[in-house]
Design a protein around this ligand. Structure first.
Ligand code: GAR
Length: 188
């Protein structure tokens, strides 16, 4: 049974979906959710789902080994689900191919610093893209540049609003992210 630690900064709907998926599985379970945001809705979800949570601040994350040491003890796989800070080098270096992120677009398009959540969907809309999608990838020391594990696409219409695009992308995320995580675990 592998131990998954999730990092999330906001709503945490993906985190909840992943927690639920592994509740009935023998392969893995989500043991903790870590967040940089003490007001994140994901914390309410953790309470309701009875999953441990931990809030950390910038200083602790970037200037100490506290989170690294926690992960060394507690995590077999680290899953980023709407986590908005860059993962520091000490953590990346200690978890090669053990940190996985989901990006709400078809990388390498619409990636990089500042490209998260609705900023991505707005850019996709402004460029009149006829499709968008999700990218699940390993995390390295550069934003959104690690090896791609999986992509899925959805078509867009001119009438789709930013919210419509976000909804289509979220649906792909809910459908695929837990399964791709399980495939990664099973292939080890
Ligand atoms: C998700 O769409 C995820 O792909 C995106 O944030 C959203 C979080 O939603 N991540 C990024 O933009 C990372 N660059 P959630 O909190 O409801 O899971």
């Amino acid at each position: 049974m592998k131990r998954i630690v999730i990092f999330a900064s906001g709503s945490g709907s993906n985190a909840e979906n992943i927690i639920g998926f592994f509740q009935t599985k023998e392969t893995a379970k989500v043991t903790h959710v870590l967040t940089n945001n003490e007001r994140a809705k994901v914390l309410e979800r953790c309470k309701r789902l009875e999953v441990n949570s931990l809030v950390f601040d910038r200083e602790t994350f970037f200037k100490t080994d506290e989170i690294l040491n926690f992960l060394k003890k507690e995590a077999d796989l680290i899953i980023l689900a709407g986590f908005l800070w860059k993962v520091p080098e000490n953590i990346v270096a200690n978890f090669p191919n053990k940190i996985v992120n989901i990006h709400p677009a078809l990388l390498p398009k619409y990636g990089g610093k500042g490209m998260y959540g609705n900023h991505v969907h707005k850019a996709v809309k402004n460029n009149n893209e006829v499709e968008t999608g999700i990218t699940i990838h390993y995390v390295n020391e550069h934003y959104d540049e690690g090896a791609i594990v999986f992509q899925a696409k959805t078509t867009l219409n001119e009438e789709d609003s930013v919210e419509d695009i976000a909804k289509k992308v979220h649906e792909l995320e809910y459908k695929h992210y837990p399964k791709v995580i399980e495939d990664i675990i099973l292939s080890e």
